[in-house]
Design a protein around this ligand. Structure first.
Ligand code: URA
Length: 211
């Protein structure tokens, strides 16, 4: 399986371009994050196990497939991942949501691992980890370690933007993880921001900065 899929689609690119724009309001920013998450969902869910079923249409019996139970666990890397997790949960009614709370220290870029809440049957569920930004990969590595140690069978990561430094880190440390991204950006600056990027995703989603 390919380790990383960049979803090159005009609709995705349109929304990413609008997200980047510093003039985009908080309300629009949230809407574009939700729309991109939906657009990435088909790629992110393409390997989910299914159960064969038959249903009766008004005309005859049809064979089909439903998402196998237990459904996947969508894991939000808080706080910016929450809006993506809620959006995916609306698409996948069988899913549960887990939370991993990680805060990045502004100066040292070290990770403060402050909260974890995962379903007790996590070892029976495939996981879809969501975080709008894959920067250095420090947070994602902490989250992936927790999931691998908990025995999760299959992990997919969904990011809006990722940079080469973070991708290199994840693909070398977690080669079994499939990554789905809207756009691979150019680089990481010395403050840990993706370039050209979109700024601080959490601040823009939750209105905690000037945006
Ligand atoms: N997190 C963000 O919100 N933005 C970046 O550019 C990098 C990490």
């Amino acid at each position: 399986m390919k380790l990383i899929t960049e979803v090159n689609n005009p609709l995705v690119t349109d929304r990413v371009t609008r997200l980047r724009d510093v003039r985009t309001s908080g309300r629009e920013f949230r809407q574009f994050i939700k729309e991109i998450t939906v657009l990435l969902a088909t790629e992110a869910t393409k390997n989910l196990p299914v159960t064969e079923v038959e249903v009766e249409t008004p005309l005859q019996v049809a064979s089909g497939q439903l998402i196998a139970r237990p459904g996947p666990c969508i894991v939000s890397i808080m706080r910016a991942g929450n809006i993506m997790a809620e959006t995916l949960r609306d698409l996948i009614s069988e899913a549960s949501i887990g939370f991993i709370g990680l805060a990045r220290q502004a100066v040292t870029l070290e990770i403060d691992d402050y909260y974890t809440n995962l379903p007790s049957d996590i070892a029976d569920r495939n996981c879809i980890v969501v975080d709008p930004m894959l920067a250095s990969g420090n947070s994602l590595c902490v989250a992936l370690r927790k999931l691998v140690d908990a025995g999760v069978p299959q992990i997919t990561v969904v990011n809006i933007l990722a940079c080469p430094e973070g991708i290199q880190r994840i693909t070398s440390e977690y080669p079994d993880v499939h990554m789905v991204v809207a756009k691979i950006d150019e680089a990481l600056n010395d403050k840990g921001y993706i370039l050209p990027g979109l700024g601080d995703a959490g601040d823009r989603v939750y209105g905690t900065d000037d945006h």
